[in-house]
Design a protein around this ligand. Sequence first.
Ligand code: EPU
Length: 340
Amino acid sequence: MSITEFASLQHYNTLALEARARALAQVCQSADLAAACAWARREGLPLVPLGQGSNIVLAQDLDALVVLMATRGVDILSDGSDEVLLRVAAGENWHELVQWALVKGLYGLENLALIPGTVGAAPVQNIGAYGVELASMIEAVHAHVIDDDTRLVLSRDDCAFGYRDSVFKHGLRDRVVITAVDLRLSRRPRLQLDYPALAQGLRSARVVSPTPIDVFNAVIRLRRSRLPDPAVQPNAGSFFLNPLVSMEQAEALAARFPALPMYAQTDGGIKLAAGWLIDFCGWKGYRNNNLGIHPQHALVLVNYGNDSGRQLLQLAETVAQSVADTFGVQLVIEPRVYGE
Ligand code: EPU
């Protein structure tokens, strides 16, 4: 494993923000990870694991050893007539895994097609889209403890998954590197077609009895029609979480804004569409020099040039303030901000 000191991270974050890491290493096998942890301990530096940097904002240079997780491999742990258990290495590309599974006739991941990033990053924010969350297929998550090189195996319950949330954002934040994820997939199609935009997409494509491949294709069409490709227009997907509010607050808002989309949660709370709130405030398509809000989706901030993470965060704060002034709802940034 080689370590590059004072390395640019511009190619390692999908917002293409320029920031330098004090040191950068690529981990292709587990021995590299132990060596990287030892190096970071010796130098007294924190270790920051990265997949494809699709959910981070680099606010400034990082005085850390950044470790690019590039381990590959998919192992079939058990192969039953109904279900298959896979162990997927952290560095595998998420969308390639979704495609691979479909080709093998293993179902469950199709609603999560085209989400940027790696398998190892996916449990941190419990990636979710079009009515499916990764948590529902996770059997276990394997992690390496940065401080002492011990290994952890976390069950789905241990991971404390929630909406865009997990133990990796709380108790285990900055303490572990996810090395592999065990996924339980189905040999029988188990379609989740409740998400209105997905159902509509299938109807428009005149698909009457959808297969998992139809769902996969419909999700790809939906995402391509509304979300910018980070390789063309650098972005980190949804920049804010959809806010969760109480039933009382939701009722008061519904009386004032009858068109505001709301989603009832199992705990009695209500989730609001942050994109709609931002759109209502007139931000969609806003552009100020190199920074802007995507014209097709108000939740996505785009770095059109070489602007800094700090400027991007300033725009995010201005947007959040206007939503707070209009609706009395505080938006929370979704990607992990480093170097604030
Ligand atoms: N909306 C607007 N204007 C906009 C954007 C959205 O009015 O500019 C409205 C839509 O018309 C719809 C509602 O807001 O009624 C929700 O929009 P959408 O279906 O696009 O979903 P979302 O809640 O904005 C979430 C996830 C996405 C995921 C989609 C589909 C979060 C923070 N985002 O977006 O995840 O792809 O649902 O399931 O939960 C990501 O995390 O990076 C991401 C893209």
